[in-house]
Write a protein that binds this ligand. Structure first.
Ligand code: HEC
Length: 185
């Protein structure tokens, strides 16, 4: 009798372990863990619609239309009160784009406004609006940026007249940019 109980108990322990493991696998991982397609779709939606990364990181024609083949390749020029800024190349090009950055470095750039080398990212990149992007969403953004074609597009250095600060609020610049967008192409 004692032996039978020991066997039953051992089986119960194993079942509990299997159930716990299955539960942990199901609920502790990202909602996208088992569906990379959904991750990319979400990332595309965030980059091209909600977070509007491409709005600044894609160079425009004089008619303010995205230049074909330059999607997210940077180089859009912003003549704003703090100086002249050029958006950077977000494509996976290894030398000029984000190809040599690891995922944590790209996530840090988006949420904390710091480059791979540790330099502050200046305006008009709206870091204050991105600080609270959820983990799943920022991972989806990175996954999508990795999926676009690499484009070799050298970007001039931005030249700021102000001293950049880590907590620089971009709100005043975004308001002014709305009036200046026709001059920024
Ligand atoms: C309002 C315009 C604007 C928007 C919107 C914007 N950026 Fe930027 N971003 C810039 C500019 C300008 C720079 C370069 C700033 C500088 O030279 O310090 C930059 C820099 C960066 C960098 C640093 C790259 C490098 O090589 O140093 C990354 C990464 C980046 N942006 C990613 C993003 C992502 C991802 C989004 C969307 C979630 C986004 N940006 C939205 C304007 C923008």
């Amino acid at each position: 009798m004692v032996r039978i109980w020991a066997i039953v108990r051992a089986q119960l322990d194993v079942s509990a372990f299997v159930i716990t493991a299955a539960f942990t696998a199901t609920f502790s991982q990202s909602a996208f863990a088992e569906d990379p397609g959904a991750l990319l779709t979400r990332g595309e939606y965030l980059v091209n619609v909600v977070a509007a990364c491409g709005n600044c990181h894609t160079k425009l024609t004089p008619d303010l239309l995205p230049i074909p083949g330059m999607h997210l390749a940077g180089g859009r020029r912003f003549n704003i009160p703090p100086g002249i800024a050029y958006s950077k190349n977000l494509t996976p090009d290894r030398d000029i784009g984000l190809g040599s950055w690891n995922d944590e470095q790209v996530i840090r750039a988006i949420r904390e406004g710091v480059t791979k080398e540790g330099n502050l990212i200046g305006p008009p990149m709206p870091i204050a609006l991105y600080i609270k992007i959820a983990d799943d969403d920022v991972k989806a953004i990175v996954a999508y940026l990795r999926s676009v074609p690499p484009v070799r597009n050298e970007i001039p250095e931005s030249k700021y007249k102000i001293k950049l600060q880590a907590n620089l609020s971009p709100h005043r610049w975004t308001a002014r940019l709305a009036h200046r967008s026709t001059r920024s192409a």
